[in-house]
Design a binder for this molecule. Structure first.
Ligand code: NAP
Length: 252
C-alpha cells in the first residue's frame, strides 16, 4: 500500500518545521517544502528520520503555479496525499497603507493567499472522494492579525490572513461531504524568524510584557494544535478557526 503523505508548505523553519516534526506522530511520511533554505529543510528531514519517520524535502515557491504543480507531483511519487498544512507565509517591513507599493501588495497576496489557494486546489484534486480520493484534512495557518488589523505595521499581511480565514470557511463547506475537513488556526506572537524577516528582530522581546500570558508562544505549541486538527481526534471539526494566541485577539 502506498504510504500516506502530509505536505507542510514552509516546513523548513518555524511553525512549519515544528509541524513537520509532530506530523510523524500521525503516521504519515512528511513532505517538507521550502523555498530558499535547503539546509534547514534537510535538517528537518534528518530529525524526522532519526525519530524513525519518513520525510523528504521539496523546493518550491508556493506563489508559482508551476512550482506548486511540481511540489504535488513530487508528493505523488512518494505516496498518497492525506493532509496539507498551508503554512508558508511572509510579512514585510512595517509600513502604513499609504506607503505600500503595488509590488509589495502583489507579493504579499501571491504568497499568503494565492499560494494557499493553489496548494488547496491540488490537495482537493487528490484527496476529494469526488475525484476518486480517500479524503483527508487541510489546516490553514492564518494569524491573529486578521482580527487586529495590524495598523501602521502591516495591514496588507493582516488582510491576507483575513482572506485565509474566509477561504477556510468556504472551502470547508465546499468539500464537507467529499471526505475532506478544512480548518484554520490563528497564531498570536510566536517566537520564530518571521519577525526578523519583517525587520523587527526584537519584536517578541519588546511585546512579551504586553501579551495576556506575558510570553510569546513556541512553534511547537502551534504545531500541537495543527496536529489535533489534522488528526482523527477532530473527525467532526471542519470550518473551525482555532486561536492559538495565548489570549491575544480572542475577541471578534
Ligand atoms: P518563518 O519562521 O519565517 O518560516 C517561514 C517558512 O515559510 C520557511 O520554511 C520558508 O522557507 C517558507 N516560505 C516562505 N515563503 C515561501 C514561499 N513563497 N514558498 C514556500 N515556502 C515559503 O515563519 P513562521 O513564523 O514559522 O510562520 C509560519 C506561518 O505562521 C506563516 O503563514 C505566518 O504568517 C504564520 N504566523 C506566524 C506568526 C508568528 O508570530 N511567528 C504569527 C501568526 C501567524 P525557507 O526556509 O526556504 O525560507
Amino acid at each position: 500500500m502506498a504510504q500516506s503523505i502530509v505536505l507542510v508548505t514552509g516546513g523548513s523553519r518555524g511553525i512549519g518545521a515544528a509541524a513537520c516534526l509532530r506530523a510523524v506522530e500521525l503516521g504519515h511520511a512528511v513532505a517538507v517544502n521550502y523555498v530558499h533554505n535547503k539546509a534547514a529543510a534537510d535538517a528537518v528531514v534528518a530529525k524526522i528520520e532519526a525519530r524513525g519517520g519518513a520525510a523528504f524535502a521539496i523546493q518550491g515557491n508556493v506563489q508559482s503555479e508551476a512550482d506548486v504543480l511540481a511540489i504535488f507531483a513530487a508528493c505523488d511519487e512518494h505516496g498518497q496525499l492525506a493532509a496539507l498544512v498551508n503554512n508558508a507565509g511572509i510579512v514585510d517591513y512595517p509600513a502604513r497603507v499609504d506607503e505600500m507599493s503595488a509590488e509589495r501588495l502583489t507579493r504579499m497576496f501571491a504568497v499568503n493567499v494565492v499560494g494557499s489557494f493553489l496548494c488547496s486546489r491540488e490537495a482537493v484534486k487528490r484527496m476529494s472522494t469526488r475525484h476518486g480520493g480517500k479524503g483527508g484534512a487541510i489546516v490553514n495557518v492564518g494569524s491573529a492579525a486578521s482580527k487586529l488589523g495590524s495598523a501602521s505595521q502591516y495591514v496588507d499581511y493582516a488582510a491576507s490572513k483575513g482572506a485565509i480565514d474566509t477561504m477556510t470557511v468556504g472551502l470547508a463547506l465546499e468539500v464537507a461531504d467529499e471526505g475532506i475537513r478544512v480548518n484554520g488556526i490563528r497564531p498570536g506572537i510566536i517566537d520564530t524568524d518571521i519577525h526578523a524577516s519583517g525587520g523587527l528582530p526584537d519584536r517578541v522581546a519588546k511585546i512579551e510584557a504586553n501579551l495576556p500570558m506575558k510570553r510569546a508562544g513556541t512553534a511547537d505549541e502551534v504545531a500541537k494544535a495543527i496536529m489535533w486538527l489534522l488528526s482523527e481526534e477532530a473527525s467532526y471539526t471542519t470550518g473551525a478557526i482555532l486561536d492559538v494566541s495565548g489570549g491575544r485577539a480572542i475577541l471578534p
